[in-house]
Design a binder for this molecule. Structure first.
Ligand code: FAD
Length: 320
């Protein structure tokens, strides 16, 4: 049986890199979990054996489930039905296989149900999923949005959302709008605090959102009345179980058809604040110092680079 991991010595080489010793030490914090969790490694060799096992399982699923499904997924693509996005049929098989194998929330700490994987083996797994089907990789790898919630959310939010992602619920990062792409400072989706509902309500439109009908969304919105730049933006958590967001359109792209790129309409969608208001300001003020991997997720990195461009939030002054 083909296996995207065992058949690929160049990929396997990464675990033999001399820096892995230090990476494992940092991630496992002196192997402090070893007496608390059965699956926690007791030393470096044990950790590498764990990563190898997980990557072999990923390589097997990539070669024998995701890749054989890729052509059908690409031809069928996702569907828009009554304001909801439905994946191509075989995407559900891919999701099922990755869930059964426990390949969700894999970088999260064990206390929330994760495997505490460092970024290196996570990226190796991501590379294999991507080689099998780049469209499905978009859906699967958006699990790394949970890094942003872990970094900036409070403990209650971590306990509420991280186990859900570890059990296979999907995520999206909703930043772009029709008039705000490269320049995220122009984001206009409005967040208003409702005293009656005791929560924030989101109203507006997001565009080009990968996996936009996901279970848990991180949403960039304008919480500060009267502002026009990055200093008035905050990050929110929208839970699909709450309702209030519909899919208006799915882009018909040239490729990666299995990855749904959605336009979303927010109408009084109930949401929780992630971190404090004006989180965008905090991200530019040194998320890189707080996140071990630089910025905590790919989309968080894009957010930081777009918001910091043209405006120096550290000084609070416009530079262009
Ligand atoms: C397949 C796909 C998936 C996506 N998934 C997500 C997602 O999950 N979440 C999300 O929030 N967004 C997502 N996006 C949106 C993506 O991040 C934006 O398309 C991107 O940021 C560019 O924004 P824009 O499309 O509005 O183009 P614009 O910002 O309008 O740019 C148009 C062109 O002008 C150029 N340009 C812009 N500003 C400047 C400048 N100052 N100087 C010189 N040239 C400039 C750009 O390089 C580009 O060529 C996705 C997009 C695609 C195509």
């Amino acid at each position: 049986m083909p296996n995207y991991y065992t058949d690929n010595p160049e990929l396997r080489f990464h675990l033999q890199h001399p820096l892995m010793q230090r990476i494992v030490e940092l991630k496992e914090r002196n192997f402090e979990d070893k007496n608390k969790y059965e699956d926690a490694p007791v030393d470096f060799d044990d950790a590498i054996e764990n990563y190898n096992r997980l990557l072999e399982i990923t390589g097997d699923i990539a070669a024998n489930v995701i890749e054989p499904n890729a052509e059908a997924v690409d031809q069928e693509g996702p569907h828009l039905v009554d304001g909801r996005m439905l994946y191509a049929s075989k995407t559900y098989e891919n999701l099922d296989a990755t869930r059964k194998a426990g390949l969700w929330g894999i970088s999260m700490p064990r206390r929330y149900g994760g495997l505490n994987l460092p970024i290196t083996p996570y990226s190796m797994a991501s590379e294999m999923v991507s080689s099998a089907d780049a469209g499905f990789q978009n859906i699967w790898s958006l699990q790394d949005c949970i890094e942003t919630l872990y970094e900036f959310g409070n403990e209650e939010q971590r306990k509420k959302y991280i186990p859900r992602v570890c059990s296979g619920e999907t995520m999206s990062m909703d930043l772009t709008e029709p008039d705000a792409g490269s320049d995220l400072q122009r984001v206009m989706l409005k967040a208003t605090y409702s005293e009656k509902d005791k929560c924030w309500l989101l109203n507006g439109v997001k565009r080009f959102i990968t996996n936009g009908d996901s279970d848990i969304h991180l949403v960039l919105a304008r919480s500060e009345e009267g502002t026009r730049d990055g200093r008035g933006l905050s990050m929110f958590i929208y839970d699909k179980r709450q309702g209030g967001v519909t899919v208006r359109h799915i882009e018909n792209k040239l490729g990666i058809h299995g990855s749904p790129t959605c336009e979303l309409v927010y109408k009084n969608a109930k949401a929780e604040l992630c971190g404090s208001t004006r989180l965008a300001h905090q991200i530019c003020n040194g998320a890189d110092e707080r996140c071990p991997s630089g910025y905590c997720s790919t989309e968080c990195r894009r957010l930081a680079s777009s918001l910091c461009r043209g405006i120096d939030l550290r000084e609070g002054t416009q530079t262009v």
